[in-house]
Design a protein around this ligand. Structure first.
Ligand code: TNX
Length: 532
């Protein structure tokens, strides 16, 4: 049986040794100060890194001080590293009341340097990294800029929580000595956002990106169309947004992203090593489009716009050629706007087509995506149609046990485990509960390898989702995300044998001040001992 190490025993060990290694690196008993005060020495006293790294030793009795004269040095010719360096400089700027110098260099400098380095042949693989903090400096090394970015996210959690305050509150910045070697379990660490049921502004989506990037997510799946609203500009079918984008659930004003705004989101995500995966849901979840163009309906009559939360009542007309001309135009424009290799075509919850109509539709839709040079992703119902060999299936139904053809690539999103639009408990105001409550601890307790009888190598990864029937602004999204997003992050990143609830629970409690400093509207679940 796996040995569980309690927080108490880890603390005792840590205090005795001054040093502690995995699986529980809590190393000191004193709590961080209540608020940053000028001149106060701020050091991490309880490292609470999430997701937990492959191997980590943190020694709080030794530390590096970041001062105004610390230099951030990056490998030459690496614009991505310059950007990561700048984000580290921005993070510490209010505390130091200074903007650190960023320069290119080859690592010859002796001390007082934060070095970001890309080298060939890192044993950690593409997204892995090594982070070393010693009293003389900090070094993050990876074979890719993405790996350096993840190392920088870990470094951020080694900095005191008060670093997250953006106001001018000068204090001395210390980082505990650390030796960290890390790489992710899964290459697909997705965060999904439904911007159709309720529309979220560019700034709200940027905030969502910032929050998930901190926890090493690398995919943003945007659900851009549904019955309640069409959210992305398509030049060849302009009514989709002018009419179809004008509503949302209940009586809100709706909205949509222009092509320029979509490009802005793609770039913002890419700068944080997050790939945007756009979804146009079909053949159902299509009322906003059908309301915008009568010719997309079998009876030639446009239905009214819809602001309720039923599913499965709408569908494109599989018997009309114009339907496939429409899809070709829409998916062609979307493919041209999207640098990533994937287009998601939905395929879920179709209630008013025959199985043969559904299969025929999904087969043609896959062909159109392929024609535009992209790889199809679809919800698990697509298994009832003929698949292209490259089609990726996203499993969402808790009871969808139908095995995919061998070798099919999979993304796992079981609603009863990692749908963050599910309620925490029966008292929750926000959320739905058709898949049951998803209380704190439920996502963490899930092992993706046990979900389907397939080899783990077929699982590209996992994707958490927030559908937006109930949340309608960023505060609501934050409430649904935190703390569960941290659980999902560790399920996606950390190897299964290294995950232990008691250990995680203590680290989760250690995130509270950081979240408060970031202004996050978290749900302070009574199941966690928050260090606030
Ligand atoms: C199921 S998950 C849906 C969505 C709803 C969601 C609400 C999936 C592929 N379809 O249409 O918004 O439940 O939780």
């Amino acid at each position: 049986m796996r040995q569980m190490i309690s927080v108490a025993s880890a603390l005792a060990t840590a205090m005795a040794l001054g040093v502690c290694t995995h699986p529980n690196a809590v190393t000191a008993a004193s709590a961080p100060p209540a608020a940053p005060v000028k001149g106060e020495q701020h050091a991490m006293t309880q490292p609470s890194i999430i997701p937990w790294p492959t191997s980590a030793t943190v020694n709080v009795s030794e530390r590096f001080q970041i001062t105004k004269s610390t230099i951030i040095e990056v490998s030459p010719g690496q614009p991505d590293l310059q950007r990561i360096a700048k984000s580290i400089a921005d993070l510490v700027a209010p505390a130091l009341e200074a903007s650190l110098t960023v320069r290119e260099g080859t690592g010859a400098a002796a001390s007082g340097v934060i070095r970001l380095e890309v080298t060939g042949g890192s044993p950690q693989g593409d997204e892995g990294y090594q982070l070393t903090v010693s009293p003389t400096g900090i070094r993050i090394v990876s074979s890719t800029p993405a790996g350096v970015f993840y190392g920088a996210q870990t470094l951020r959690q080694l900095l005191p929580w008060s670093i997250e305050y953006r106001g001018p509150r000068p204090f001395d910045v210390f980082v505990p000595s650390a030796q960290i070697s890390d790489k992710p379990r899964f290459g697909w660490r997705g965060a999904f956002l439904d911007v159709s049921r309720h529309f979220f502004s560019v700034d709200e989506v940027k905030r969502y990106i910032d929050l998930v990037a901190m926890y090493k997510f690398n995919r943003l799946h945007l659900h851009l169309s549904d019955d309640q609203g069409w959210r992305v500009q398509i030049d060849s079918w302009p009514n989709l947004t002018t009419h179809g984008g004008s509503t949302e659930v209940k009586d809100g004003p709706g909205g949509f992203y222009t092509k320029a705004q979509y490009a802005e989101l793609v770039a913002y995500a890419r700068d944080r090593f997050i790939l945007v995966v756009p979804e146009i849901d079909m053949p159902s979840h299509s009322n906003a489009a059908q309301a915008s163009y009568p010719e997309l309906n079998c009876n030639g009559i446009a239905p009214p716009l819809y602001t309720g939360i039923d599913v499965g009542f709408s569908n494109f007309c599989v018997d009309k050629e114009i339907t496939f001309k429409f899809l070709d135009d829409v998916l062609g424009e979307l493919a041209a706007m999207t640098p990533g290799p994937y287009l998601h075509i939905g395929g879920d919850e179709v209630k008013k087509m025959t199985p043969a109509q559904y299969a025929a539709f999904m087969e043609r839709a896959q062909g159109i995506v392929a024609k535009h040079g992209k790889t199809v992703i679809a919800w698990d119902e697509i298994i009832h149609s003929k698949l292209l060999p490259s089609t990726v299936i996203q499993y969402w139904r808790p009871d969808a046990s139908m095995a995919p053809p061998p070798g099919t690539k999979l993304i796992l999103s079981p609603a009863n485990k990692i749908y963050l639009d599910m309620k925490y408990d029966d008292n929750a105001v926000l959320g739905q509960n058709w898949a049951g409550n998803v209380d704190v601890g439920v996502p963490y307790g899930w092992d993706p390898a046990t979900h389907l009888k397939v080899p783990e190598s077929d699982i590209m990864g996992i994707e958490t989702a927030i559908w937006s029937e109930t949340p309608d602004n960023i505060r609501d999204l934050e409430f649904m995300l935190f703390p569960r997003i941290a659980e999902v992050a560790e399920v996606a990143w950390t190897a299964q044998p290294a995950r232990h609830w008691d250990d995680f629970r203590a680290r989760l409690g250690g995130q509270a001040r950081r979240w408060s400093a970031l202004g996050i509207n978290a749900y302070w679940s009574p199941k966690i001992d928050w260090q606030r």
